[in-house]
Structure formats: structure tokens, C-alpha cells
Design a protein around this ligand. Structure first.
Ligand SMILES: Cc1cc2nc3c(=O)[nH]c(=O)nc-3n(C[C@H](O)[C@H](O)[C@H](O)COP(=O)(O)O)c2cc1C
Length: 305
């Protein structure tokens, strides 16, 4: 089976179109599950030497997830290799040059699809396993503002991890001029919801609010710039990425009535409220908005001096 035959097979059997997440390898095609965005196949063209083949030239491969108990025996099959660039205990690379048996490739593809499929109920548990972790750039690109949640529990240990990600954020002079509030009770959430039009956050079992306090923050002596909001934004960003890393959805909400919220929760009075951050179980059809892919040209945003 060659690359285009495999891609045709994936389109027919799994009704999935690839995305191409890496600028440096624009041909690398990632096939994901629609609901959990996890990969089940990664098609690439790499130098043969990367697979240990002593020969010049390139070879098309597909990376597939595999039952760890089968990895060892499969690697002795023609055209099957330790996974290129992925966890070699759980993934394999299969050459798309005719050396591997077509039926076996289809069977392995099925296995990979099954092993990476995650129901909403199993999602949190499985996605937090070590081998599912994305490298940082993949995670940062994979994150999007999720705006469709279903009801579902968030285990306390995950809530704790999200808070921890915020607490370890860097702040100017380490002054930590921020506060995180976790809205969990029905009553507190109802009050919070009355302060925003962003009703999609309602099913989220936890909604964080993050605030900054100017008189606790570092002030740059040259121009008196106060760093409180910057510090609290770094906290919020780290929490937002942690939420995605754990397999949940979130959106940074800036559109809310901060004064109304402070009236309902007087303990927030002294803070500048910079974000609401829901933590929700994403609906099967939760998708990035069109804005997610809009980007100004790189040379407009980056200047090398
Ligand atoms: C400071 C800030 C405030 C935002 N406020 C809102 C908001 O109130 N409601 C909303 O739906 N999205 C909000 N967003 C999400 C942005 O619209 C979104 O990040 C942007 O369009 C890019 O899309 P992406 O996050 O899917 O990549 C906010 C994002 C940031 C960083």
C-alpha cells in the first residue's frame, strides 16, 4: 500500500480528512478523531536512515498506535519499525512502500483507531496518561477556545492540577499580585452567570475567576508601569493550557460585568477582574471558531532586528 492508497482508505473507512499542523514539515498529515482531537494516524515522508534502513532516499510512513504487548512481535514483520519520533513502546511506524502487507496495515489502522478513541466518560482518565501528552508547541497550537460543553464531572485532582499550573506562573519580582477564585457551587455559579452573556459556560462544573491587585505588584521605575495585569494574565494563560492538556475545554472570557460580580462577591472588591475561565467537558461537536485560524502574516507580527 502506498501513501495515497492509505489516505484514500482512511477517507473512505473513517471519513476523516487530515490536518497539517507543522510549518517545518508541511506534508506531515495528522488524522484525528473528531470528538477528542486525538491522533490515530500520522503520515510522513522521512529519510530511510531514520528507520535504520541503510539506503539513501526517502520513504513514506504511517505512525500508528499499537497494543504494547504486540509492539515487539510486530517490529519483526516486514515494513514495520519502531515508531519514528513517538513513544516506541506504544507506537509503530509502517513503511508505505509495499513492504508491509496491505491487510495488516488495515488491521493496524483499526487497532490504532480503537486505542485512541475515547468516550466522554473515559476522556479525562485516558487523556491524562503520560503517553498521550503532546509536546508544548503541539499543545499550544492544538488549544482553541471551546464554547460547547456537556455536563460532566471534573475530578478534584484535575482541578488541583489546573490551579497548580496557575500558581507556578512567573510574576514580576515574584510578587504574585493575583487571586484565583473557583466557582463550584450551584449558587455561586448562578450568581456568576448573571454577570455575563457568555451562557455557553453554564455546564462547566468549575469556572475560575482570576483577578490582579495593583498595589501588590511590581512597578517599573522608569515609566511607573504596573505589572499586576500582566502577572495575572500569565497565571490565566498557564491555567488555560493546563485545562487543554488535561483534555477539557475552556475559553478566556473577558466579556463580563466585573462591577456587578464584585457587588455579588465583595471579597473581589480590591481586585481587577481580568478573566473567567470555565473548565468543561467538550461536546462531541465542539469545534474551533473561524477566528481560531485567522492569523496576521508572520512578518507583520515578528521583527528581527
Ligand atoms: C483577553 C481575552 C478575552 C477574551 N474574551 C472572550 C469572551 O468574552 N468571549 C469569548 O467567547 N471569547 C473570548 N476570548 C477568546 C478569543 O476570542 C479567542 O481566543 C480568539 O478569537 C482566538 O481563537 P482561539 O482561542 O480559538 O484560538 C478572549 C480571549 C482573550 C485572550
Amino acid at each position: 500500500m502506498n501513501k495515497s492508497e492509505l489516505q484514500k482508505h482512511i477517507a473512505e473507512v473513517y471519513s476523516t480528512a487530515p490536518d497539517f499542523p507543522w510549518e517545518s514539515t508541511p506534508d506531515a498529515a495528522v488524522y484525528r478523531h473528531e470528538n477528542n482531537r486525538k491522533w490515530f494516524a500520522l503520515v510522513m515522508t522521512i529519510p530511510k536512515t531514520r528507520l535504520g534502513i541503510r539506503s539513501d532516499g526517502m520513504v513514506d510512513i504511517v505512525n500508528l498506535k499499537c497494543d504494547p504487548l504486540l509492539v515487539g512481535s510486530l517490529r519483526s514483520e516486514p515494513g514495520v519499525f519502531p515508531a519514528y519520533h513517538m513513544n516506541k513502546d506504544k507506537w509503530i511506524s509502517v513503511a508505505l512502500d509495499g513492504s508491509a502487507d496491505d491487510e495488516q496495515i488495515k488491521m493496524l489502522l483499526d487497532m490504532s483507531f480503537e486505542l485512541t478513541a475515547v468516550t466522554i466518560q473515559r476522556k479525562q482518565k485516558i487523556i491524562s496518561q503520560e503517553d498521550e501528552r503532546m509536546d508544548f508547541l503541539t499543545l499550544a497550537k492544538d488549544r482553541y477556545s471551546a464554547r460547547k460543553f456537556v455536563s460532566g464531572e471534573i475530578p478534584q485532582e484535575d482541578i488541583d492540577k489546573i490551579i497548580e499550573a496557575g500558581l507556578c506562573a512567573p510574576t514580576a519580582v515574584n510578587y504574585q499580585p493575583f487571586k484565583i477564585w473557583a466557582f463550584e457551587s450551584t449558587e455561586a455559579k448562578a450568581k456568576l452567570l448573571s454577570c455575563t452573556k457568555m451562557k455557553f459556560i453554564e455546564p462547566a462544573p468549575v469556572i475560575f475567576a482570576i483577578g490582579s491587585k495593583a498595589d501588590l505588584a511590581w512597578v517599573r521605575p522608569y515609566d511607573q508601569k504596573n505589572f499586576a495585569d500582566i502577572d495575572a494574565s500569565i497565571v490565566t494563560t498557564q491555567m488555560m493550557l493546563a485545562i487543554h492538556d488535561l483534555g477539557y475545554g475552556s475559553t478566556w472570557i473577558g466579556h463580563f460585568d466585573a462591577d456587578a460580580l464584585k457587588k455579588l462577591f465583595p471579597e473581589m472588591e480590591d481586585y481587577e477582574l481580568i478573566a473567567l475561565l470555565p473548565v468543561g467537558v467538550m461536546a462531541e461537536d465542539c469545534k474551533p471558531s473561524e477566528r481560531h485560524t485567522v492569523s496576521k502574516p508572520k512578518d507583520e507580527l515578528v521583527t528581527v532586528l
